[in-house]
Design a protein around this ligand. Structure first.
Ligand SMILES: Cc1cc2nc3c(=O)[nH]c(=O)nc-3n(C[C@H](O)[C@H](O)[C@H](O)COP(=O)(O)OP(=O)(O)OC[C@H]3O[C@@H](n4cnc5c(N)ncnc54)[C@H](O)[C@@H]3O)c2cc1C
Length: 366
């Protein structure tokens, strides 16, 4: 065996595990089937701007240990995510807060906003929400639902809200202060110089090969390491033998524009159903950029098919039950450990991925 660990996937999970293993004297070979490292947090420089190729990534956490950990590998720029929503010719602040309500109803005080929402909810007489529409209506009332939730959610899921199950939306937080900070977390920001640099630092000292699909070249790497850490899709690893797990996918249309400021904000959501994209990201605003040009990405939510890039796991009953069957197969493996968002079939924010990689380190290496 040449290496202690063969790590499949050069994303955040694989890179954190590799770093910790190497810091404990272990050797690592890291493979990724994409032509670059970084997984979904990969950023590349275009016109001097860090472009988030697989969707906007804002680091946020309330876990001081994770914040300290990531700050060993990057300096963060203090960016606070404050998205806005465009509904037809109206523009609202997100998350739903006093700025949103004040614009919607021309009111000023939290009391007025609460009264309007409570009256709208009471008017609907929804006892037991039977679908997502009723669930959302019973949480925020008609105006916020119709202008800011309905169209966006229908585009995200490719289905009418009446045909979606209620459990998808458990909470729709309403904030009765004039605070546009999207996240409630204590620490937040964008790494100066982009995310790829973090992964480069984490992988320093490892042998890294990109453009290699481990599942297609399994024989070549069979005896390469004592143990495999697999961060790809758990169902793909098993040849989909129990059936494929479902995902929602996202398609990105990225353009360089000959103007210095296209939309004045990093994230603009489009909440009416008529506009086909869900969001437009203007990447330079994540880093307070002053370049002459700008780069924007339109995001379109789409159905996922085997072979395409998986983004969001569909954690409904059916898929969760199927995942548990794959996880039972995985538990029998002696030399393979599954991890990361695809290995665990979970939506993980970056801080949770780091925490989960560090937990694996505790089990494996301490
Ligand atoms: C659209 C979107 C936006 C997001 N925004 C945020 C955000 O704002 N803030 C936040 O905290 N989190 C965000 N996240 C979550 C974040 O992307 C994840 O937490 C993180 O990327 C997970 O890292 P990972 O290593 O588990 O997986 P990945 O980054 O997916 O890495 C897995 C790697 O394994 C490789 N791989 C798979 N199969 C094989 C194989 N057979 N052979 C070789 N290589 C293989 C893949 O190519 C991939 O590079 C977002 C996620 C999405 C989808």
């Amino acid at each position: 065996m040449k290496y202690d660990y063969l790590i499949v996937g050069a994303g955040l999970f694989g890179a954190v595990f590799a770093r910790e293993a190497m810091d404990r004297g272990k050797t690592c070979l890291v493979l990724d089937r994409r032509d670059h490292i970084g997984g979904n947090i990969y950023t590349e420089e275009v016109e001097g701007i860090q472009v988030h190729r697989y969707g906007a990534h804002i680091f946020h956490t309330s876990d001081k240990n994770i914040w300290d950990y990531i700050n060993r590998y990057a300096e963060f720029n203090g960016y606070i995510n404050s998205p806005v929503a465009v509904y037809r010719d109206e523009l609202y602040n997100l998350p739903f807060n006093m700025n949103t309500f004040s614009r919607m109803w021309h009111i000023r005080t939290p009391r007025e906003a609460k009264e309007i929402i409570a009256a709208q909810i009471a008017d609907l007489h929804i006892e037991e929400p039977r679908n997502l529409e009723e669930q959302a209506l019973s949480l925020v009332g008609r105006d916020v639902y119709e202008k800011l939730v309905k169209g966006y959610t229908e585009k995200q899921w490719g289905r009418d809200c009446k045909d979606l199950p209620a459990f998808i939306i458990r909470r729709l937080p309403l904030r009765f202060t004039y605070d546009n900070n999207y996240f409630n977390d204590r620490y937040q920001g964008i790494p100066v110089g982009g995310y790829t640099r973090i992964i480069e630092k984490l992988l320093e000292g490892a042998d890294v090969r990109t453009g290699v699909d481990y599942l297609k070249e399994r024989e070549t790497y069979e005896g390469a390491a004592g143990k495999v850490i697999f961060t790809g899709m758990i169902d793909e690893y098993y040849g989909y033998r129990l059936g494929p797990l479902e995902y929602r996918s996202v398609r990105f249309e990225t353009e360089v524009l000959d103007c210095d400021n296209y939309q004045g904000n990093a994230v603009v959501n489009y909440t009416d159903r008529e506009v086909p994209w869900t969001r437009i990201i203007e990447h330079k605003h994540f880093e307070f950029g002053t370049q002459e040009k700008t780069v924007i990405s339109r995001e379109y939510s789409s159905e996922w098919r085997v072979g395409e890039e998986p983004y969001y796991p569909v954690n409904d009953e059916k898929n969760s039950a199927l995942y548990r069957k794959y996880a039972a197969l995985a538990a029998q493996e002696e030399k393979v450990v599954f991890g990361g968002r695809l290995g665990a079939y979970r939506y993980y924010d970056m801080d949770k991925v780091i925490a989960s990689a560090l937990e694996l380190v505790q089990r494996e290496l301490v």
